[in-house]
Design a protein around this ligand. Structure first.
Ligand code: FEO
Length: 394
């Protein structure tokens, strides 16, 4: 079959795979637009390298794409920037055919390659920060970038062409698109991806960006989604997100059983909107968790709404609160709204979960049954206080 590859620079090619129909990742992350597993060939005058591989199931496609450019048996190095199977899962298949190839990875990656992929130690070449590998006219420089988003992650940079291969970092879950400047809503997808995958590791992202600061980068070729040939756009977005810069924006995440909590959060939304606050409104009964993660990236506050059910918060609100805690967004303020039928418990449970976070609880309202006129007035007051805090300079 004719296989589509992409020449990105002289002797550098994209040979990855597009997974148009994948809808779930890690049994957690929804993929409304599928994803891609980007692998790249870098051909030096002396030696040939494959940077990352593809998800299991796409091995043959990768092989055929490589063979349309060069002989797979002649590959000298397979670079494993990251050990997660969506990039490393095809390594055993590739290294069996490329029988002389060595696997290049960090010291931690070497251990993972043995554990997950049974690559013998003698076929692994561990590298450390700033180490280089000269392929002949193509020099690879490795940058350790731990916890982005696994302990072993690293970036590979081709010095002559000034192309950075950072694996997951700077990625987006999009099956379509070649270059990011051709994708109209790229930054929305990149923000969603950041929120779901990189946001919990903001301090590590800051360190990695600091390491890249003085590097001349002409192109960024991540392992998911389009390639950035105008790298300043994604670099600037990552700087903002890593620094935890927020907007005058509030995310409302709630669930309601008999409309009482719904009326409460709607009153809050009306109040905040009237105060000129940007809103993201998520009914957890139907919300896409990826969208919620995207909105948490730059929201200055969150409003959580839940009824009490069976002595605690509604399970959807428990899940959202747990996720909020795990994703560690830069959110500074919170408001909790709840309605109970005959006995409370939801607010206590949510507060216990949030208690370990550095977040100011601006207001709490826990009422019995549907909100009264006075309750709605209380919500307006809490909303105005919250708006005031959100409008203050962060
Ligand atoms: Fe795309 Fe962490 O794997």
């Amino acid at each position: 079959m004719e296989r589509n590859t992409l020449k990105m620079a002289e002797n550098i090619y994209w040979v990855g795979a597009r997974d148009w129909n994948r809808r779930l990742f890690d049994a957690l992350i929804t993929l409304p637009k599928g994803t891609s597993y980007n692998a790249y060939l870098v051909l030096g005058e002396k030696e040939k390298t494959l940077i990352d591989t593809v998800n299991p199931g796409f091995e043959k496609e990768l092989e055929e794409k490589i063979r349309s450019i060069t002989k797979l048996e002649e590959i000298d190095y397979v670079i494993m920037n990251h050990a997660e199977p969506d990039h490393a899962g095809a390594i055993p298949y590739i290294m069996k055919i490329a029988a002389k190839a060595k696997l290049v990875t960090t010291v931690k990656g070497a251990k993972m390659a043995q554990t997950y992929y049974h690559i013998p130690q003698e076929r692994i070449k561990p590298v450390t920060d700033n180490e280089t590998l000269n392929l002949g006219g193509k020099t690879l420089r490795f940058t350790e970038a731990p916890m982005l988003h696994w302990p072993e992650t690293m970036f590979t940079y081709v010095e002559e062409d000034k192309i950075l291969f950072p694996c997951d970092f700077f990625g987006s879950h999009l099956a379509g698109g070649v270059y990011s400047d051709e994708v109209e809503d790229l930054l929305i997808h990149a923000q969603r991806y950041w929120g779901e995958i990189m946001m919990p590791f903001r301090p590590m992202a800051q360190k990695a960006l600091e390491k890249l600061k003085d590097l001349e980068i002409r192109m960024i070729a991540p392992s998911h989604g389009p390639i950035h040939r105008k790298p300043e756009i994604i670099l600037n977005a990552y700087k903002k997100w890593a620094n935890g810069e927020t907007r005058r924006k509030v995310t409302i995440a709630y669930v309601s059983m008999w409309n009482s909590t719904e009326v409460m959060v709607r009153q809050m939304a009306e109040t905040l909107a009237a105060e000129g606050i940007e809103l993201a409104f998520h009914n957890l009964a139907s919300a896409d968790i990826g969208d919620l993660a995207k909105d948490l990236v730059d929201s200055r506050a969150i409003v959580l709404g839940t009824p009490t059910v069976l002595g605690g918060a509604h399970p959807l609100a428990v899940y959202a609160t747990y996720l909020f805690k795990a994703l560690r967004p830069p959110t500074k303020f919170a408001v909790l709204l709840s309605s109970y039928g005959w006995g409370g418990g939801a607010i206590k449970q949510i507060q216990e979960t949030l208690g370990q976070l550095q977040i100011e609880i601006v207001g709490v309202l826990d009422i019995n049954g549907p909100p009264t006129y006075d309750n709605l007035k209380q919500i307006v007051e809490i909303g105005k206080t919250l708006a005031g805090k959100v409008k203050e300079k962060p």
